[in-house]
Write a protein of this length. Structure first.
Length: 98
């Protein structure tokens, strides 16, 4: 695939710096950058799906996301990191203003 892209300002400086400091051609820098970004996004794939469930998008099929976000977040973190990392809710303290 042939791609034409315009880089100006900071993006242009970044590409030039990468090409100069690595000794690569600009097309190689861009190709490597796309590969790096692709691998990063692919590795985040399942995390992004869980995030979209928590904000009420995606294919969760649940209609109570907004009202139960904390419990869904706790459940997701426990699934990913194990139950030891799930945050503990502090005990309710009496409101001194009452």
């Amino acid at each position: 695939m042939r791609v034409n892209a315009r880089f100006e300002g900071v993006a242009e400086q970044q590409v030039s710096y990468l090409a100069t400091s690595t000794g690569l051609k600009v097309s190689d820098v861009l190709r490597d950058s796309v590969d790096f970004y692709y691998r990063h996004v692919r590795s985040q794939g399942t995390q992004l799906k869980h995030l979209s469930k928590w904000i009420g998008k995606g294919d969760s099929g649940q209609s109570d996301i907004a009202s139960n976000i904390k419990s869904y977040l706790d459940e997701g973190l426990a699934t990913k990191y194990g139950p030891a990392t799930v945050r503990q809710r502090p005990a309710k303290r009496p409101n001194p203003a009452k």
